[in-house]
Design a protein around this ligand. Structure first.
Ligand SMILES: Cc1ncc(COP(=O)(O)O)c(C=O)c1O
Ligand SMILES: N[C@@H](CCCC[NH3+])C(=O)O
Length: 448
């Protein structure tokens, strides 16, 4: 089946910023103010369905870090996906959104003691939360806490991919046990814990031209799974240990890219799925394929609405000041990431944006940093003070990376469900900025 066929049941392969209904966004912005994230749960559902169509035989785990909002987690759970969590906080959110422990995978990267204590603690009540471990020290720290639950071994496959060097994890030494030690560490882990799987993740934002790296990673993981489950004596790990292990899955990570540029082609998910199955090769009986996409599920389900407050001609071109900046959407400042921007109009008495000339502009936020721009020298329908701008493809790693730098309260978020807008996360207030600070009457600061 091609992506076009799948589209009939799960919508088009990507939703562009031009596909959003301007009138509806105007109404939402007028009611809730800006900056404001809007997340469409119907689109999240479509994306889940598209993934399940493309990978019907795989366990699909949503990488919660992309968007942790409760209604998004509930939507993903109802769509039948499991959850991959990066911290105790994400596990807690997923449980609160109704995921059963057995549908949760906690990927522990240099985990703080507090996170391990939490997960070991809840495992008494939620026996099947799986902890994915990428270092022998982490195994030891779990054993010290009496953990005897499900373990997955994170492997560093030595091959990475992704939209920016800062998000290529597959070859970064921080992540996982080096590939050539993985079999030995897996066998010793199986002596102490219930080892159920192996895992690797190439990185985030894998575009069509990086599929070779994904393929290489998957090939290595398929080979490792066979070596562990169906060892031949001569392929035993160091010391000649060739005991067969009993694994449930090989998780080849997430990272499926979405097109941010207006003219970039969408990933052909069915081609990715075919390449994945071919690269992993024949898996031993009882071993399933697992994937853990985040961005693909939520990115094009979201837009960020901002309002133009300043239009300034300068010798370097027109600078359009808006009320959303790098504290609301960090990706352009952090990765030079491109997000499409559409002028929705709305300035009092002004003509509709499609009747205005296109002008090259830099869109800058309210933060006291030169890098606080959402785009540079981009052609937009001539912005006028009072217009609303829609910044597209912000549903993944948008609100999640928002912060309070410059003492700016985080923005609000509205979800759309069957077109109905509901406030999902209220706008922070100035009071929220200081709620964790010690006061004169509070000697420890810990009770608040
Ligand atoms: C371990 C792990 N799994 C899954 C993901 C999801 O990546 P993406 O949102 O690009 O699909 C990430 C993020 O890079 C990750 O670190
Ligand atoms: N935060 C990154 C993705 C990193 C995913 C975590 N490993 C982004 O916005 O593209």
């Amino acid at each position: 089946m091609s992506d076009d066929d799948a589209a009939s049941s799960a919508g088009p392969p990507v939703r562009r910023v031009s596909d959003w209904e301007a009138g509806a966004l105007h109404e939402i912005a007028a009611e809730h103010g800006t900056p404001l994230y809007v997340q469409d749960l119907d689109r999240v559902r479509e994306n889940c369905e598209r993934l399940r169509n493309a990978f019907p035989d795989a366990d699909v785990r949503y990488a919660v870090k992309a968007h942790t909002g409760r209604s998004v987690l509930e939507t993903v759970r109802e769509a039948g996906l499991d959850a991959e969590c990066a911290s105790a906080g994400e596990v807690d959110r997923a449980l609160a959104a109704g995921f059963d422990g057995e549908r949760l995978h906690y990927t522990a990267v240099n985990p703080p003691a507090r996170d391990l204590d939490y997960v070991v603690g809840i495992t008494a009540a939620e026996p099947a939360v799986t902890v994915t471990v990428g270092a022998v020290d982490t195994l030891d720290r779990l054993a010290e806490r009496g953990y005897d639950g499900r373990i997955c071994l994170r492997v560093n496959p030595g091959v990475g991919a992704g939209h920016h060097e800062k998000v290529r994890t597959g070859a970064a030494a921080k992540f996982g046990v080096p590939y050539d030690r993985a079999a030995e560490v897996a066998r010793s882990a199986a002596d102490r814990f219930n080892l159920v799987g192996i895992h690797a993740h190439a990185g985030s934002g894998i575009d069509p031209d990086q599929l070779d790296s994904h393929r290489e990673l998957v090939t290595r993981m398929g080979e490792l799974a066979r070596e562990l489950v169906e060892p031949r004596a001569e392929t035993g790990s160091a010391g000649g240990d060739a005991r067969p292990l009993d694994l449930d899955y090989v998780d080849v990570g997430g990272g499926f890219g979405v097109p941010y540029e207006e003219d970039a082609p969408p990933l052909d998910l069915h081609a990715v799925a075919d390449a994945t199955r071919e690269a992993v090769g024949p898996l031993p009986a009882g071993v399933d394929l697992a994937i853990e996409p985040g961005r693909y599920v939520v990115a094009d389900a979201g837009v960020l609405l901002a309002r133009v407050n300043t239009v300034k001609p300068t010798p370097d071109g027109t600078v359009v000041g808006v009320d959303a900046g790098m504290t609301d959407l960090l990706r352009p400042a952090m990765y030079d990431a491109y997000h499409p921007i559409r002028n929705l109009g709305g300035a009092a008495g002004a003509t509709a944006p499609d009747e205005r000339p296109a002008t090259p502009v830099t869109v800058a936020g309210p933060i006291c940093e030169t890098g606080d721009t959402l785009c540079k020298n981009r052609s937009l329908a001539d912005p006028i003070r009072g217009d609303f701008l829609a910044v597209g493809i912000t549903g993944a790693y948008g609100y999640e990376m928002a912060n309070q730098y410059n003492s700016r309260p985080r923005p609000a978020e509205v979800t759309l469900d069957d077109g109905m807008a509901t406030i999902a996360r209220r706008r922070e207030t100035l009071t929220d900025l200081t709620t964790v600070e010690r006061t004169e009457n509070d000697s420890t600061g810990e009770s608040r």
